[in-house]
Design a protein around this ligand. Structure first.
Ligand code: AMP
Length: 415
């Protein structure tokens, strides 16, 4: 069932508390190096302000571990937001407390305010499991959430990047606000539409490309996708665990020996279900883990002292062939150590192949993180149907997990 959005409720004259993901990259002087995460929630912010809501924004930034840390202040975000909106954004020095409460109370219809980093308070990240087992932790988390909830009449979640977390601002605050309108913003709506529709009603052929460092991180995704996709292409270091499970040597490549049985099981499961699982047919290897290291391409065993760094040229060709003519593509994780050129070539080749498939009519989704930055580096963002704003969240979505912080929000009326 679809969730209510800010467009479904009346915010006129109401205080609206909205959780955003303003976890923007900062340089050493605390200048924002990409305002993408701010720009992406502007449609929701503008909608609320134009409809006469008094908007109180909250977010985390970095990992300050429950302590005040000026290097992770959201003050630069308030400044940038105010430039983007062309109006003043009030900044509250703390996300809770009497001064913040007074500022929120004074906020007029159409006014906008940003609270300081939620994670300056350790209560924000207390896990629900820990809170269940320890009454003191539960009270601390509830009390923190209640102070945030008391600031407003309406709760809005437009932070897809943190949708998989049970942070106080994501789950406890809307829980406390039961009975008041609790809705999603347009960014979360877009993410849910794209990811949800793709998994539930994919046009076929449907191909998943999985890469990155560890098989163990992607087991849930592979298991959930096996009976949904027609084909899975495996790249990145996770391929070496599959290689070793098949009896090949992998030299000093990253490999998870504890997951060899699991890798064999997944290959067998895929065969039983009729899902084609394609491993690399050649690998770029190097002796040293550094940019520009001497390299060669092998198609079988990887010798001792050498390590796999990227998918080889034959694999790039093969993956491009497997992507041609597909109708749905989901990609998560780089094909190699793309941070160290020239070991970024496999990831680049796959990015180009996904863009080309999209050009020919495929719906393509990139699950944030490294694959998204590879696509952005190549300037191919516009050639992809959807780049998710949540790396971890989109991965959990692909695992078929439910997000409890979204589940408790209001459903759209059925009539
Ligand atoms: P993940 O967060 O699991 O998507 O993994 C991303 C990381 O995997 C990146 O930092 C890549 O450098 C790394 N990675 C991809 N391929 C390899 C490889 N062949 N050897 C070591 N690391 C790799």
């Amino acid at each position: 069932m679809a969730k209510k959005t800010v467009a479904d409720i009346d915010v006129q004259g109401k205080k609206v508390l909205m959780r955003c993901d303003f976890n923007v990259p900062l340089d050493d002087d605390c200048n924002i190096t990409s305002d993408d995460r701010i720009v992406k929630v502007l449609p929701t912010i503008k909608n609320i302000l134009e409809a006469g809501g008094a908007l109180i924004l909250m977010s985390h930034l970095g990992r300050p571990k429950g302590r005040r840390n000026e290097k992770m202040s959201l003050a630069p975000v308030a400044k940038r937001l105010s430039e983007l909106l062309g109006r003043q954004v009030v900044f509250a020095d703390d996300c809770i407390g009497s001064e913040t409460k007074a500022k929120a109370r004074a906020l007029k219809s159409g006014g906008c305010m940003l609270l300081e980093n939620l994670r300056f308070h350790k209560e924000e990240t207390i896990k629900d499991k820990a809170a269940k087992e320890d009454m003191q932790l539960r009270q601390a988390k509830d009390n923190f959430a209640k102070q945030l909830a008391d600031l407003a009449d309406i709760y809005v979640d437009d932070a897809f990047g943190t949708a998989h977390r049970d942070n106080a601002s994501m789950y406890t605050v809307p829980t406390v606000m039961e009975g008041k309108p609790r809705v999603i913003g347009f960014l979360v709506e877009k993410e849910l539409k794209f990811l949800g529709k793709t998994l539930s009603k994919p046009d076929r052929p449907f191909v998943a490309i999985l890469g990155g460092a560890k098989v163990s991180d992607k087991i849930g995704v592979i298991e959930n996708l096996l009976d949904k996709v027609d084909r899975i292409l495996i790249g990145g270091a996770m391929a070496y665990t599959f290689f070793k499970a098949e009896g090949r040597t992998v030299g000093k490549s990253l490999c998870e020996d504890d997951f060899l049985d699991k890798a064999t099981e997944l290959l067998e499961q895929a065969k039983d279900i009729g899902c084609e699982m394609t491993l690399p047919v050649d690998t770029v290897i190097a002796r040293e883990f550094k940019a520009g290291a001497d390299k060669k391409v092998v198609s079988g065993d990887i010798e001792a002292d050498w390590q796999g760094m990227d998918i080889g040229p034959q694999t790039r060709k093969l993956f491009a062939e497997k992507l041609a003519g597909t109708k749905t593509v989901v990609w998560n994780g780089p094909m190699g150590v793309f941070e160290l050129p020239p070991f970024d070539e496999g990831t680049k080749a796959v990015a180009l192949a996904v863009a080309e498939a999209t050009d020919k009519g495929a719906r393509s989704i990139i699950g944030g993180g490294d694959s998204a930055s590879a696509v952005e580096k190549l300037g191919l963002e516009d050639k992809i149907s959807h780049i998710s704003t949540g790396g971890g969240a989109s991965l959990e979505f692909l695992e078929g997990k439910k997000f409890k912080c979204l589940e408790i929000l209001d459903e759209k009326d059925t009539d």
